[in-house]
Design a protein around this ligand. Structure first.
Ligand SMILES: [Zn+2]
Length: 97
């Protein structure tokens, strides 16, 4: 797996991506994403990606995003805790006086 962009939405030419079904002997009924122009101009390098691989990439990407978010939530939680602690200490001090 080289392209780790997940599910493709656009080709470099800006054209939309269409899903096709492979009819080759090697990959019968395997679905793939293909740039519309790429199908007409076979000599040019246009987007091609198997749907199953794209979905795996997408899951991997979401998993990465999820762990980043979990880290961010943890950071927020600890900074919130610290803020609350500070406020509580301040409050106690003002009560003491
Ligand atoms: Zn294209």
């Amino acid at each position: 797996m080289t392209n780790n962009g997940g599910i493709p939405s656009r080709c470099w030419g800006g054209k939309g991506i269409v899903t096709y079904v492979s009819k080759t002997e090697e990959n019968p009924y395997r679905r793939f994403f293909r740039c519309e122009i790429g199908l007409q101009r076979k000599k040019e390098q246009h987007l091609f990606k198997w749907v199953d691989e794209a979905l795996l990439d997408e899951i991997e990407r979401m998993h990465e995003q999820q762990s980043i978010m979990a880290e961010e939530i943890e950071d927020l939680r600890s900074s919130l805790e610290k803020t609350v602690e500070k406020v509580v200490i301040k409050h106690k001090k003002s009560e003491d006086v």
